[in-house]
Ligand binder design. Structure first.
Ligand code: CDP
Ligand code: MG
Length: 897
């Protein structure tokens, strides 16, 4: 096959492409100096005869070619009338200067890698180049659309809007598709999507036949999906090339363009398993202005949010105008900083609109201030930047208290503060691209979404906390934790680069250079080494990639990792003993949720439980809808909510907290009471004691719908409206999928859903058990045969299948305050000071013999005794329950203690 690929692909592909695109010159790009050698080697190796060298070397043939080009141009070129402003802005982008070279290289090669600094125009321009060259033209004999994948939803949406605007096309023509939303139509010619969306399409159509070109963007981030996609499309490419041969040209070869913001692409080029030819790399050098980097002199402060606040204050009060971009790690930190900054330099209250400014007669002040700032800028722009920076910004301890008390600072003028993180509503996210209101300075406080995906215009100052919040995953135990840790040197440099887009800039790093040198890793580790992959393994099996071990991952994951994922899928009967996909597995793969959840949906059809399971699965798939108490995140390095309940510990640490953090805690008690009501629904309606944390999610979805799904409900109950909307959308989406896959199944619509009956509640717990069958925990006393009796689950040890450590019920679980159950199933393990179980459901041991037979040993008579005792208890409960049924989702009143 390899020989075939080498012999056939290079030459034949080129012949085909010469007919179908306008840039058919066989001369090689002239300024790809560093690539030439690589290519030459490869080409000689493969024995393909291509002329390398300048176009002018061979003028005669060029003249002929340009005639030919014109002819092709007539047929396929899609002329575009862009408005003048957009065209001028485009011409500023470095990538536009390279259009000819880029398109020639794409034309001559099945795979091309494009590297270019963030903001050089890759994401917005390359799709347009392809579009103009006729890659999605109906007249072209290479029909199909242009697909671009993004690791983040924010980017897919905002970039499709931008490209539509630049091309003066509608949102149906340049569309996006993300998990919960899409604007695609039959008219679509360019489609932005998340990489997950394209992966799911691959399961249905391994040829990706509706695409003529696939652009895989942000490949440097090495997200798991991107890696799988690159591996998969390398196979699609071969298949399409092969079929285009056999089929007399009906199926056309595919073009793959891999884009990266860094030059570190050797995993794609050097991996012999991926592509048969070493793909050419086009390096677009962007005009990047110098950025002076200022390190903190001191050892970094743990409370980097306050540190960032001080830096922004200093920049805003003392330095010439220019936007400020602050990098923090998460939503809560961002909210705290935005709030502080808005209080200090208010824009909304005093400077609401220009009219308001005039009414208050302060326009003059703002204007003169701006003029003054402009003066300073002219004088200070290039020279002396460093000295100014160092003098102003090296933190010394004397003034560290200076800004703790926030007083309104009117002299410096208003600061237009905008947050930017992925859970923010799309509308609010797009505001960062608009020009800030007149007389204000823009300050965007962002997570690393602003690192390479989105280029915010007009940034001159970057404040970088140097940290990133990452999900870590233990391959063997399955323990997940969110860790705030130093980012990589490569990321820190990317962040700094954001300051040099429009002119010389400054980057203020809230850490010392010693820490940077000693503790920062060179690059971020690819996600394939950090994430659970059972979902991907199932998708791959459904794509008929049977031997996941041989899959051409750019960097193959740990074999144990793959084996564990395969084993879990076997426990769930999605795979047979040989690792082949079962019928159940195939159905599971059609659901756009993790395999655990798809299993729950499929078996959730008993006792009319499906609507509840759909709601539960939707809620579990979307990030936690409850607004958390974050106060400890900042000072204790995200030690979770554990200490919150642990009073002794908590008091000691409380004194170390800042005022803002204390303020956050004062609301906590109130929140807790509100939260508890979601557990109390079953108690109110059925007299049942709490049996599951997951029912809390079901109750919040039920109550939200029951009360009309308003933002007011969310505010009152401390839940995130965006999460609730996403749950709602996902419910609809999953309901549709179930209806398509399992016609005739009764799927209730929202308004008809009543709270579950007692029988249903038990079935729901069994279905949850089936989905998390490998995550059973047994009370240790049961195994040790200890007769110790506990009144609460605090400090009670549990054993799991995977972790060597004992695990504990997390204090946020409702079961923490009750008699510890013997058998539970947990949703996830979190490691902080101990290993905690979260999302816990009480189960009965007798269920396990049915739901997880392959995981059970049935030999110990002790178990039988326990079981009969347990059954008695259950009977008792069943007997006590009166026969009144639940009525509606109305929440019980808050009980003030
Ligand atoms: O993908 P890459 O980082 O190379 O650049 P890009 O995202 O294509 O952005 C090119 C330019 O378009 C940047 O200067 C952005 O600020 C600008 N842009 C914009 O003004 N508004 C948008 N909605 C998107 C991009
Ligand atoms: Mg981009």
């Amino acid at each position: 096959f390899k020989q075939w690929a080498t012999e056939q692909m290079g030459i034949k592909l080129k012949d085909n492409q010469n007919k179908s695109t306008i840039y058919e010159s066989q001369s090689k790009p002239t300024n790809l100096q560093q690539e030439k050698d690589v290519e030459k080697k490869v080409l000689i190796q493969d024995g393909i005869d291509i002329t390398l060298g300048n176009i002018s070397d061979n003028e005669e043939s060029n003249i002929n070619k340009s005639d030919e080009t014109k002819a092709v141009k007539k047929a396929f070129y899609v002329p575009i009338e862009r408005n003048k402003e957009i065209q001028e802005a485009r011409m500023e982008l470095p990538i536009c200067a390279e259009e000819q070279i880029i398109m020639e290289t794409i034309s001559n090669n099945p795979v091309v890698i494009i590297c270019g600094e963030t903001g050089s125009g890759k994401t917005t321009q390359i799709p347009q180049f392809l579009y103009e060259a006729g890659y999605s033209s109906k007249d072209n004999d290479n029909p199909g659309i242009i697909g671009i994948t993004q690791p983040r939803r924010v980017a897919a949406v905002s970039m499709s809007k931008r490209v539509a605007q630049e091309l003066s096309l509608s949102e149906q023509e340049v569309s996006y598709q993300i998990r919960y939303d899409a604007t695609i139509s039959p008219k679509t010619v360019i489609k932005f999507m998340t990489d997950g969306v394209l992966l799911r399409e691959l399961a249905n159509d391994f040829l990706l036949s509706k695409y003529s070109a696939i652009i895989i963007d942000e490949a440097h981030e090495r997200s798991l999906n991107t890696d799988i996609l690159i591996g998969a499309v390398s196979r699609v490419l071969k298949l399409r090339a092969e079929l285009s041969e056999d089929d007399g040209g009906k199926i056309k070869p595919l073009k793959i363009i891999i884009m990266s913001a860094t030059l570190r692409v050797s995993d794609f080029t050097q991996n012999k398993n991926l592509f048969d030819m070493v793909p050419p790399i086009i390096n677009v050098s962007a005009r990047q202005f110098p950025v002076s980097i200022h390190f903190n002199r001191r050892t970094p402060n743990i409370d980097y949010v306050s540190e960032a606040f001080k830096k922004v204050c200093k920049i805003h009060t003392r330095l010439p105008h220019g936007g400020i971009l602050v990098f923090l790690t998460g939503q809560n930190e961002i909210s705290i900083l935005c709030k502080k900054l808005r209080r200090k330099f208010p824009y909304l209250t005093q400077y609401k609109s220009k009219q308001l400014l005039e009414e208050e007669k302060i326009v003059g002040d703002v204007e003169s201030l701006t003029a003054k700032e402009a003066d300073v800028e002219i004088g200070d722009l290039d020279i002396g930047d460093k000295e100014v920076g160092e003098e102003l910004f090296d933190t010394d301890s004397e003034d560290s208290e200076e800004n703790d008390e926030i007083t309104v600072d009117e002299r410096s003028g208003p600061l237009y503060v905008l947050p930017l993180y992925s859970l923010l509503s799309t509308h609010a996210q797009l505001r960062v691209f608009e020009a800030p209101p007149e007389g204000t300075r823009l300050c965007v406080v962002a997570t690393n979404v602003a690192e390479t995906s989105l280029t915010i215009p007009g940034i001159k100052y970057v404040v970088d906390c140097g940290k990133v919040k990452e999900r870590r995953y233990d391959v063997i135990t399955g323990v997940q934790s969110y860790v705030v840790d130093w980012t990589s040197k490569a990321s820190a440099d990317q962040r700094a680069g954001r300051a040099g887009r429009t002119g010389p800039g400054h980057c203020y790093r809230l850490f010392s250079s010693a820490v940077f040198n000693d503790q920062f890793q060179q690059f971020t580790i690819p996600e394939v080494y950090r994430m659970p992959i059972e979902g991907i393994v199932l998708q791959m099996k459904a794509m008929n990639i049977d031997t996941v071990y041989n899959f051409p991952f750019p960097t193959p994951p740990d074999r144990n990792h793959l084996r564990k994922a395969e084993r879990l899928l076997q426990y769930m009967n999605a795979l047979d003993e040989n690792g082949g996909i079962t019928e159940l597995g195939r159905v599971m793969a059609t659901f756009p949720v993790a395999p655990r959840f798809s299993k729950m949906l499929i078996i959730g059809q008993q006792h009319g439980c499906l609507p509840y399971i759909i709601a539960i699965v939707s809620a579990l798939s979307v990030a936690d809808p409850f607004i958390k108490d974050y106060h400890l995140d900042i000072s204790m390095n995200s030690d979770d909510d554990v200490e919150e309940e642990d009073n002794e510990d908590f008091d000691v640490r409380y004194n170390e907290l800042s005022e803002i953090q204390k303020e956050a805690i004062s609301q906590k008690e109130h929140r807790k009471l509100i939260r508890k009501r979601f557990y109390d629904v079953q108690k109110k309606h059925a007299g049942l004691d709490p049996t599951s944390d997951i029912l809390k999610l079901l109750n919040v979805v039920g109550a939200y719908v029951y009360e009309g799904g308003t933002d007011e409900f969310c505010e009152r109950n401390f839940v995130r409206p965006k999460a609730m909307e996403e749950i709602h959308k996902l419910r609809r989406q999953i309901t549709n999928i179930v209806q398509v896959n399992c016609p005739g199944v009764d799927v209730c619509l929202d308004s008809k859903m009543k709270p579950p009956s007692i029988v249903q509640l038990k079935a729901i717990r069994q279905i949850i058990t089936a989905g998390f069958i490998d995550q059973i925990a047994i009370r240790k006393g049961l195994i040790d045969k200890s007769s110790k009796i506990f009144s609460s689950a605090r400090n009670v040890e549990y054993c799991t299948m995977w972790a060597d450590d004992n695990v504990f019920i997390h204090p946020t679980s409702i079961l923490y305050h009750h008699k510890p159950p013997d058998f539970v199933v947990y949703q996830e393990l979190h490691r902080t000071s101990k290993v905690w179980m979260k999302g816990i459901t009480v189960i009965e041991s007798s269920w396990l013999s049915k739901l997880g037979k392959s995981l059970c040993t049935f030999s110990k008579p002790v178990d039988l005794q326990v079981k009969s005792k347990k059954n008695k208890d259950t009977e008792k409960i069943a007997y006590v329950i009166p026969s009144f049924g639940p009525k509606n989702w109305e929440l019980p009143p808050i009980k003030i203690i």
